[in-house]
Design a protein around this ligand. Structure first.
Ligand code: GDP
Ligand code: ZN
Length: 331
């Protein structure tokens, strides 16, 4: 028995460029590996009825789209003196960008994320609730849990910050209020990150890098690294990068091309209401099962908005996003 063939390692893909993927092994070592020509791929997906597909298939590597966050198995090829990725384990979640123009061209940006953390500042830059809603909807549309961090609260005070984001707590989101500058609320965010793989997203300048560096000095994030990916003008080819949290913390943070760039292309418009937790529970009470909650009679959602039970600002975001998706469909 040659030991060479037995050498196999499990790990997680941290980033990749030009066919070479970086993998953090379960043994703590970093590996560089290419995809093997014939690959065992355990695919997960969803059927039209919502049930989950779990198939193990063999496919040619060129037809497989490996993503940052994928759990893989590596084998050592002694002849090539290199490591090869021989198997992709089932994905439990994915953040994907649908192809503009439809088709099956979904591109998985990150796999196996546990949550999306959407970060805004209480001021400087001034928060735009519409943009926050858009980030949350994109997370929901990808079936990912989301929570909110509001930083720089010392600029407006605790009370004002809480009041301004009360709609989100009412909708059921966890909202963490922080000041990196005054080291307020940091432990709460730390425990939200621990043990999970999180995408941290939000506009530039809100303090994402500052917060992560304050929590995990060993992370060595360059300030520009996270910020650059969310700049509006930035091209969308920037790949995702997974940063394992330094011990004793467990888990990882991922910076991706901004969630905004991931967008809502080809998102089924009829499902948009289910991306607002506070609308999800009401939609079944509308008179028409295909109610769009715009002008239809007997709309339970509009009744709830008029009664003040559902935030009008959040409802307005729903309408605005609906219009945007409609315009894309026509375009
Ligand atoms: P990022 O673009 O979201 O990663 O934001 P940065 O971490 O680069 O921070 C942007 C600016 O906000 C920097 O000048 C930070 O010093 C500042 N900043 C970060 N946290 C706070 C805070 O809690 N309060 C205030 N006033 N400024 C902060
Ligand atoms: Zn309705």
């Amino acid at each position: 028995m040659t030991a060479a063939h037995d050498q196999t390692v499990a790990g997680i893909v941290t980033n990749g460029t030009g066919g070479i993927w970086h993998v953090l092994g379960d043994d703590g070592q970093e590996y560089e590996a290419a995809l093997r020509g014939r690959l065992k791929k355990s695919d997960t997906g969803r059927r039209a009825d919502g049930s989950i597909i779990r198939d193990t298939v063999y496919s040619a590597a060129h037809s497989v789209k490996l993503a940052v966050g994928d759990k893989v198995r590596l084998e050592r090829d002694e002849r090539q003196r290199a490591w090869a990725i021989v198997e992709i384990l089932p994905r439990k979640s994915r953040l994907a960008r649908r192809a503009p123009g439809g088709g099956k061209g979904e591109r998985v940006i990150v796999a196996n994320i546990d949550q999306v953390i959407v970060m805004f500042a209480a001021a400087n830059p001034e928060p735009h609730p519409r943009m926050l809603d858009r980030f949350l909807v994109i997370a929901e549309a990808n079936d990912l849990a989301a929570c909110i961090v509001i930083n720089k609260i010392e600029l407006v005070g605790d009370r004002v910050a809480h009041d301004r984001f009360a709609d989100y707590e009412r909708a059921g989101y966890a909202v963490h209020f922080t000041s990196v500058k005054q080291r307020i609320g940091l432990a709460e965010v730390e425990s939200a990150l621990d043990g999970r793989i999180s995408v941290v997203s939000g506009p530039s300048g809100v303090g994402k890098s500052s917060l992560l560096n304050a929590l995990f000095p060993g992370l060595g994030l360059r300030v520009a690294e996270i910020s650059a990916s969310v700049n509006k003008g930035q091209h969308t080819t920037v790949g995702a990068f997974l940063h394992p949290l330094p011990a004793p913390a467990n888990g990882a943070v991922v910076n991706t091309p901004g969630l905004r760039e991931i967008g809502l292309w080809e998102f089924p418009i009829a499902d948009l209401d289910s991306c607002f937790p506070e609308l999800r529970g009401l939609r079944d009470q509308c008179k028409f099962s295909d109610c769009a909650h715009v002008t239809e009679p007997g709309c339970a959602i509009r009744v709830a908005v008029d009664a003040g039970d559902v935030s009008r600002a959040r409802y307005d975001s729903y309408i605005k996003l609906r219009n945007e998706i409609e315009e894309e469909e026509i375009a």
